[in-house]
Design a protein around this ligand. Structure first.
Ligand SMILES: C[S@@+](CC[C@H](N)C(=O)[O-])C[C@H]1O[C@@H](n2cnc3c(N)ncnc32)[C@H](O)[C@@H]1O
Length: 270
C-alpha cells in the first residue's frame, strides 16, 4: 500500500514513503549533505552537477552558451547557484561520494557537458574505476556557435568492485529527446536517469542524487522501486521536487514530464 508522509522541517527536509520505499530530500549544499551520510550507505549515485565552467569560460558574443538561467522579470539573475567546479571542489565532492558509496557493490553515474568533461572528468579516475563514458543523444539540436550541441556525457564507474550492470546488451549511446520549455531550466528526461538506475539497481537499493534540480532522478528511482535520498541548495528546487513527488504518488502522473522522451519504438531496457 502507498502512503504519503510529508514533513517539512526548519531545514526543509521532506520525507515520503511510496510502495514501502523511503524518499528523503533536503535543502542543503552537496558537500555538507554528503558529509552527514554514513560510510558505505549508498548503492548508486546518479547525478547531474551544476557546472560553472561551460557558462563562465565559453561565453560567446553577448550571450552565454548554455541555458536560459534568467528568471522571468529579473534581468541577469540566475535560477540557481552553479557548483564552483574548481578541481579542489570537485575533489571534495568525489571524496565524499567515494566514502558514502558501498565498496563491494556501489556504482556511480556523473553527467558532464563537453567543457567539464575535459577539465574535470580525468579526476574521477583517481577515485573510481571508470568503466565507460555514455553519450546521451538529445535528438534535437541545442545552441552552440562551433557546431550546435546535441549531446551530453555520463561517466559510469564502480567503487572499485566488479558488480555488473543488469544486462550486458545495454548500449552506451542513449537517445532521448531533450525537454523543451521545462519548468526548471536544466530538467533532464526521466528516461536518462531511468536508464542509469535500471541498469545498476535491484529492488530496495538506495539511490542518491545531491544535485536534484527538478527531481527527474527521484521519479526514475520511484519507477525502479528504490529508496532515494538527495539534496539541492535551492529552495525553488525543493518546492518543485516535493510537488512533483506528491503528484506522482497521488495520481501516477509526472507533472513535469507527462510525455515519454523516447524516440525509438522500444527503449533498450524494455
Ligand atoms: C544541472 S541541475 C540538475 C538538473 C536535474 N538533473 C534535473 O533533471 O532537473 C544542477 C542543480 O544543482 C544545484 N546546485 C548548485 N550548486 C549546488 C551545491 N553546492 N549543492 C547542492 N546543489 C547545488 C542547482 O540548484 C541545480 O538545481
Amino acid at each position: 500500500m502507498t502512503q504519503i508522509i510529508k514533513t517539512p522541517s526548519i531545514n526543509t527536509e521532506y520525507t515520503f514513503t511510496y510502495n514501502n520505499k523511503n524518499i528523503t530530500i533536503y535543502k542543503d549544499d552537496v558537500i555538507s549533505f554528503l558529509k552527514k551520510l554514513p560510510d558505505n550507505s549508498i548503492d548508486v549515485i546518479a547525478t547531474d552537477p551544476a557546472y560553472s565552467g561551460m557558462n563562465n569560460k565559453l561565453k560567446l558574443g553577448k550571450g552565454r552558451i548554455i541555458g536560459k538561467y534568467s528568471e522571468k522579470g529579473k534581468k541577469g539573475s540566475k535560477w540557481f547557484e552553479e557548483f564552483e567546479d574548481s578541481e579542489e571542489n570537485y575533489i571534495a565532492f568525489l571524496t565524499e561520494c567515494k566514502r558514502v558509496l558501498k565498496k563491494d557493490t556501489g556504482h556511480i553515474y556523473i553527467m558532464f557537458d563537453s567543457y567539464s568533461l575535459l577539465s574535470l572528468g580525468h579526476v574521477v579516475r583517481s577515485y573510481f574505476d571508470v568503466k565507460n563514458l555514455i553519450t546521451w543523444d538529445k535528438v534535437n539540436l541545442g545552441m552552440g556557435h562551433y557546431y550546435r550541441r546535441r549531446h551530453e556525457y555520463i561517466l559510469f564507474a564502480t567503487n572499485g568492485n566488479t558488480r555488473k550492470i543488469r544486462h550486458r546488451s545495454f548500449p552506451d549511446v542513449w537517445r532521448f529527446k531533450r525537454i523543451h520549455n521545462a519548468k526548471y531550466p536544466t530538467q533532464k528526461p526521466v528516461e536518462v536517469f531511468q536508464a542509469m538506475i535500471h541498469a545498476s539497481s535491484e529492488e530496495n537499493f538506495t539511490i542518491c542524487d545531491p544535485f536534484l534540480g527538478s527531481g527527474s532522478s527521484v521519479i526514475a528511482s520511484m519507477k525502479n522501486n528504490c529508496n532515494f535520498i538527495g539534496c539541492d541548495v535551492s529552495e525553488t528546487s525543493l518546492e518543485i521536487v516535493s510537488n512533483r513527488i506528491e503528484e506522482y504518488i497521488n495520481t501516477g502522473i509526472d507533472i513535469l514530464q507527462p510525455k515519454s522522451a523516447s524516440v525509438d519504438d522500444k527503449i533498450f531496457w524494455e
